[in-house]
Structure formats: C-alpha cells, structure tokens
Write a protein that binds this ligand. Sequence first.
Ligand SMILES: [Zn+2]
Ligand SMILES: [Zn+2]
Length: 263
Amino acid sequence: MIKFCSLYSGSSGNAIFLSAGKTKVLIDAGLSGKKITEALVSIGEKPTELSAILVSHEHSDHVRGAGIVSRKYDVPIYANENTWAAMEKQIGPINVKNKMYFNTGKEFEIGNVLVNPFPIPHDAAEPVGFNFFVDNNKITTATDIGHMNRDLLECIEGSDVLLIESNHDIEMLKVGPYPWHLKKRILGDRGHLSNEMAGKVVAHLAEKGTRCFFLGHLSQENNFPELAYETVRNILKEKNIDIERDIRLSVALRDRVGQVVEI
Ligand SMILES: [Zn+2]
Ligand SMILES: [Zn+2]
C-alpha cells in the first residue's frame, strides 16, 4: 500500500510524507523538528522509521528541520551536489553516512520506491521535483515552479497523484504588500506558479488521466485556499471537467496536516 500525505505545504514550510510498505520518506523538511514529529505521529507514523529525507532545494521553507530530524532520528538526507553545497551551513553537521547524493534526471532507489528527481525552473542552486514509482503507480510532487514548460510537463504527465504548486493569485500579488523586487521575483520565470497556471496544468493532466490532485505551496499573503480551489475549478469547468464526477482536487494547507491518500 502507498500512503501519501502533505503534512504542511506553503511559503511558511513544506513537508510531505510518502510510504510504500516499509519504505517511508519525507519530501522536504521545512519546519521545526518538533512540528514535523507531531505531524508524523498524527498520521500514525514514527519518525524513527523514516528511510530518507529528500530535499527539493535549499530554501529554508524546505530544509529548516532537515538537520534536526536527521540527527535526532538518524535519517539519511538525499540531495543533489549543488543543493548540498547551498544548504550545508543552514542544516548543520550531518553524519557522513547520512549524506546521500543523487543526480538530477537520474533515477535511484530507496527501498522499493524508484525516485526520479527532475529539474524545475526556480531561483535556487539546482532545484528539483520528484516522481515516485511504486509498482504501477506514479506519484509526483512539484512546487516552487517559475513557469511551466514542455520538459516539465512531460515529467509530471501520467501521474496518478500530483501535488502541484498553486502559489498566488496574480491580482492579489500585484496589489498586495510585497515590495516590487519580491513581486518581480515571484512572477518571474524562476519564481512561483500562479493559481491560473496551476489550473491549466491540472486541466491538461486530468485530460491525460490523472485523477488525484493537491494544490500546494500557497502563499500566505497573496492567496487563500478557497481562491486557489475556485480558480482551478473554474478552469476545469471550462474544459468540461467536473470535480465531483471526474477527479479529486484538494488544497494542501499551510498549517494543517492534509488528508491521507492510500493507494
Ligand atoms: Zn518553497
Ligand atoms: Zn523555493
């Protein structure tokens, strides 16, 4: 059985749990060790049983608790070389045996899970999204995406479960409190994905067969869950895709452990 759950998702901190049998992984660890531990326990999981922490990129909302969890529970951290170099100071000393490297674009195994780290356009050292293959299932996490392109779309197509970024409402961001340089960064090619773009991606993938979607990495200042959901729902409606009838769509929240999906 595969178990998938967004523990926390948003600009304030990210951690996603995925397990397949005895293989249990955390995708990013961007909250305090205490919060991550509590969230795992709340879904019936023990942090001591984690097989790995996979790091998408070095921004603090993805790595804040990685060092703590690794040291406290003796868990290996997996990241590519440039991300390791960029995050090492932030996460503190890691036991040599728990420092694991992967190459972007090259599949590797953790227990019975095949992992494919694919490149994403974002302003970090070497940011990635992840595909997880277990038996005939494909599960994908892709947040912190500046824009969608052909290569990226190919990586996420055919997923059974997809957690995709739905970071901001463009109008809210434009009129919101952020300074101009920050607005420009978020809207830029290596920033974050808007609700509208997320909607287009969800519609495209739904047409190709994906049935379970999570909208994630919502901005605290430039979005709110109902708006992200409604924006995506309206785009789906235009394409004649009905949320109740055809797919499952939920919002992965910033401050609450999400629904557990079991396949
Ligand atoms: Zn982030
Ligand atoms: Zn980021």
